[in-house]
Write a protein of this length. Sequence first.
Length: 254
Amino acid sequence: MAQIRREDLSEFLGTYSQVVLFVGFGARAQFNDVEKVYAGIVPHLDHIEATCTDHMSSEWLAVYGGDVAIPDQPDLGMLMKLVAERRPRAKLLVVQSWNTLDTFVDFVVPIPQEYSTGTDGKRQQLWGGLNGGEPVAATRVYLGPPIIDRLSSMIVAGGGRIALEEVQYATQMKVPIVYLRAEARHTGAYGTYGPVHDWVEGQKNPDILQLSDLHARRQNIRLSSWPLSSVCALVFILLTCTWRLKKSPSQRLI
C-alpha cells in the first residue's frame, strides 16, 4: 500500500480515468444487506467502466473515508471491500487519521487527527462532515481541491449525520450525486433509511440521480423502449457534462 502526500494528489489523480467518492452508513447504523446495496450501485459502476476506455488508463479511483471492513458489522467498509473484490479496474484510496488499514486498499492519504470542544466542554475527535459550516477532517480532503475538481460522481448509499452534511455540501459545490436508498441494520440510530434519504426525498432535486433498489426496478419501473441502465447512463452523462461546463473556479471553495 502506498502513501500519497496531499501535495502530490493533483498529479496522482490525473493518472485515472475517473475519480468517484463513496459515502454511506458507518459503524453506528450499518447496512442491513450490504450485498443488496452493492447490487444497487452496479448499474452506475458499469457506467463508470464503460466510459473509461477513452482515457490513457482504464482504471478508475474509488475514494472513501477508510471505514474498516468488518463482516459482522457491515458498513461502508464492507461495501468498499465488495467493490475492491469485484471491480479489478478500481483502485481504492482512503483518507484517514488512524493506522488500521484493510489489505484491499491501494493508497492512503494520511491526515492528522482533528478535535473540537463539545457543548459539555469535553474534547471530541472530528471524523468528517462540517464544523462551523466548513469541511473538517477527511471531508476537507476528499471534498476539497484537488479531489473535488476531479470528481466525476459521488455515490451515496444511505448515510447518517456526517454523510448528510457531506451530501449537502457536495450538492452546493455542484458535484454529481448518485444516490441509492439503503436500509439500515440498526434503525435506532437514524431510522430505516437515515437522514440522507429524508433530505434527498425532500429536495426533489433533478440533479441528484437516484438508483432504485433491485426490487423497485423489477416491480415498479416499466420502460417500453429503453432499459433502465441505458436511461440512467444517458441522464448521468448529461448531468456530468452540464456540471463540467458550468463549474467555474469561483465555485470551488477551499
